[in-house]
Design a protein around this ligand. Sequence first.
Ligand code: ADP
Ligand code: MG
Length: 614
Amino acid sequence: MSDIIHLLPDSVANQIAAGEVIQRPASVLKELVENSIDAGATFIQIAIKDAGRTLIQVVDNGKGMSETDARMAFERHATSKIKNADDLFALRTMGFRGEALASIAAVAQVELRTRRQEDELGVLVEVAGTRVFKQETVQCDSGTSFQIKNLFFNVPARRRFLKSDNVEKSHILNEFYRIVLVNTNVSFSFFDGDDEIFNLPASNNKVRIENVFGKNAKKRWQQQLLTIETTTNLVTISGYVGKPEYAQKSANQYFFVNGRYMRHPYFHKAVLMAYNQMIQASESPNYFIYFDVDPQTIDINIHPTKTEIKFENEQAIWSILTAAIKEALGKFNIVPSIDFDQEGAVDMPVNVRVENVRPPQTNFNPNYNPFGSTSYKRPNLDWEQLYGDFEKKDEPISSSIDWESNADLPITPSFTHQEQQQVIENLETRAENYQYKNRYILTGIKSGLLLIDQHRAHTRILFDLFLNQIENSQGISQQVLFPEVLELSADDALFFEHILSDLQHIGFEFEALGNNSYNVKGVSSHVGTGSVIDLLLEMLDKAKTTALDPTASIHETIALTLADAASLKSGQRLSTEEMSDLIDRLFACANHNFTPDGKKIMTIFTQDELEKRF
Ligand code: ADP
Ligand code: MG
């Protein structure tokens, strides 16, 4: 029998390797730009077309390659960066496996032009699907230029696997951020088609952060970033953390070690620890943290595309990191002093609240005072006192105070269908409405006393309305007299374009000004013209988080954010007609019991309950 084991031809072996290293246009960009940095470039110019599908070009002013090296670079395991296994433990370069160019050349058409400073002529190499088509001397600038055309031209399955242009572009931008935020002594320019979307001069880290993300006016980087700085014999940690009040759902969070981006879930927890109790569980702080350690004490050789890195002294560094952040927060007096006189439940972070919610009580306990505070300090049923406490905080009740969070408030079990019918019937008899504390609408119904939270009720009404408008394009626009300008970062702008038509359906009108800026010329007739820019930024922020979650609906997020912002606030006085109108419209909604995000809109004190109290 003949031998059956044989070596795979290079073209096949390279395609297999490429499958690991090159997954999408963003991976190509990352590998090329890292090579430019390894080559000592101080200026790197990037251009992409069609989200990198048809072209990714990276031009640098680095040290260039000799004619032989230019050809060799495409061989697998060809690298100039390490010579033996020991070098692996002293790495200061981004690349070292010598796999990237071979992998790229296996799945795309590649044109390389390169010249070393000392050479008079450069060299042009054209490779596609691992085959070299051309190699000749040419005149070119010193440095290196790579053009990668028609990625996956020979691997249709991979091409089909690519996502929409917007998704691919956001992957590209993410890779770009991870590189430019740490290589701040290098200048970058980035063209998407004909638009230069980034032009980043060499600068310090902080200025670079502002240059990259600065267009998001809401983040006010200048004000929000606190410096951290600590040096021990194990590690030097430097960088910036955001003040707690700027925490958000989709925060910018970056760790770098020895000049390379890394993911580190364990250190991420250390950061959150330092913010303990200062931010809500659903939000998370912005941070840009740079570690410098002896390369011997980390292992980056886990996987070619993985960004996880193993540290020898993980636990010690955890403590150092937490301490450094706490110090920064403390120094700026960010750590709140705890006032034990306050009703704790009100300010509790969301996660705590959820655990505290009592299951609905169905058994009536005659000694149970539903209106008392946790410590039962108030023996008398005193509405003034009860609600007065909340009023004093004069916070926007809609966002942070959740009635259900006060564990001692009576929690009526959800309505049965019968009860709902009853409510509707009773309302038809136009019972007297009464507005309590400019926040609740009280109305007597046959089965008892109905309380409706006006803000939540209106949120539900507007949500249903906006959702319908998005889907049927019926919004009414209201012209703005003095249009404000919405300035966005490049990735926000990408996303914004994605939801632009939804917003137009609701009645917004925008005029593109170029450079990721838009004039807001018209707003939905249901949205006040007050702080429309803040509103849009908030909406964008939330919708972006939703976009990453395949089970969430962007339309609903848009509708909810706008509804929440545009709805009646607590504290707003309503006339009797307005109250009736609100109740009518609420009960016309298919789900009038809960807000779209699951908060209870109304509750009933049953006749029974009331009677037992006397
Ligand atoms: P690695 O970066 O792991 O060494 P690559 O396949 O990415 O492997 O690159 C192979 C080699 O090609 C590098 O080691 C380097 O010598 C050379 N090279 C690649 N890109 C450049 C560049 N922009 N400038 C100079 N040399 C480069
Ligand atoms: Mg490389």
